[in-house]
Design a protein around this ligand. Structure first.
Ligand code: UDP
Ligand code: MG
Length: 140
């Protein structure tokens, strides 16, 4: 399998509870390398653009409010099959369905406030990485 990069976001519910280190340990233990990382506070408009694909969903407004409610840590994870591997480490969207040991099983508070975002395919990974990072910020 090829080396891939994927976009990860540690969401406001997790930064608020000081969980950045514990979540990063899950990534590193799974063999994912954090090759870029920064803590930022999104505006609701910036969150809205990021989640544009969900604009027609009933949870969209609440999701954008939540993503702008506190700081997030945006990061690029790199590794063999990183996109799927990160989705595995994250666990299912709804923590009620997340496998034991996953980030969402351990830390998510609800289906909305579920601690992490991860890209779902190579095309979205590429677009999402470039939404937050310039090429020269990815140090490998
Ligand atoms: N979300 C929500 N209610 C739902 C489904 C999703 O609030 O019923 C939020 C949740 O924060 C989720 C995000 O919208 O992580 C994006 O949804 P998606 O289906 O892409 O889930 P993910 O890829 O994050 O697992
Ligand atoms: Mg998604």
């Amino acid at each position: 399998m090829a080396t891939e990069r994927t976009l990860s976001i540690i969401k406001p519910d997790a930064t608020k509870r000081n969980l950045t280190g514990k979540i990063n340990a899950k990534f590193e233990d799974a063999g994912l390398r954090i090759v870029a990382q920064k803590r930022i506070h999104l505006t609701k408009a910036q969150a809205g653009k990021f989640y544009e694909v969900h604009a027609s969903r009933p949870f969209y407004d609440e999701l954008c409010e939540f993503m702008a409610s506190g700081p997030v840590v945006v990061q690029v994870l790199e590794g063999e099959g990183a996109i799927a591997k990160n989705r595995e480490v994250m666990g299912a969207t709804n923590p009620k369905d997340s496998a034991a040991g996953t980030i969402r099983a351990e830390f998510a508070e609800s289906v909305g406030e579920n601690s992490v975002h991860g890209s779902d395919a190579p095309e979205t990974a590429k677009d999402e990485i470039s939404y937050f990072f310039a090429g020269m910020e990815l140090v490998g």
